[in-house]
Design a protein around this ligand. Sequence first.
Ligand code: URA
Length: 202
Amino acid sequence: MPLSLEQKFEKMKSIRDRLLSFRKSPLYRYRVENKYFPVVGEGSHNAHIMFIGEAPGKTEAETAKPFCGRSGKVLDEMLDSIKLARKDVYVTNIVKDRPPENRDPTPEEIKLYSPFLDEQIDIIQPKVIATLGRFSMVYILELLKYKNPINSISEMRGKELVCEASFGQVIVVPLYHPAVALYNGSNKGTLLDDFKILKKYV
Ligand code: URA
C-alpha cells in the first residue's frame, strides 16, 4: 500500500528518534563522546531512486547529512552529470553512525543497523536502488534474494538487476563507492558512465 507523504514523514521521524537513543550499538558511545549525530538519510520521500552507501564519515556525523564530505562532492558531481537534483533522490547508508577512523562497518554493526534501512526502503518504495560500494551491494542483493551469484563489484557494477521487494519490482544498480573516484581517474570515468543508466528512471 503506498503511503502518504505525511505517513512517510512520521515513519522517518520514528526511525530518527529510535536512532538517537540506540544505546545498544557499539557506536553509540563514540557518537556521544564526539558530539556526533546519527545520519538517518536525506532527500525526497517520494524518490524513484534511492542511493545507499556504507556508513557516515566525520563530516557526515558532524552535520547529520549523508555524503556531504569528499565522497559527497563526487556524488554531487555524478548527479549533476545526469542533471539529477539531490533533492529529488533519497540518499542514506546501511550503518547510521560513524565507525571510528572510517573503518569498514563490522558484520555486527550491519546486522544492528540494517533493520532501519529496511524500514526506509519500505517507506520510500523506490523503483531503483543504486548501491554505492561493495557492502551495500551485497547487503541489498541478499536482502532482495537476488537469484544469481553475487560476484565482485567490478563484475557487477553498471548492471540493472531485477529484484522483487515486498512492494513490487526494484531494479538494483550496483555502483562503485564515490570514494574510489577520489584518487583514480579511470574509476571516475567508470562511475560517470554507470550513472548514465539511472537517467531513464528519473
Ligand atoms: N561514505 C559513505 O558510505 N557514506 C557517507 O555518508 C559518506 C561517506
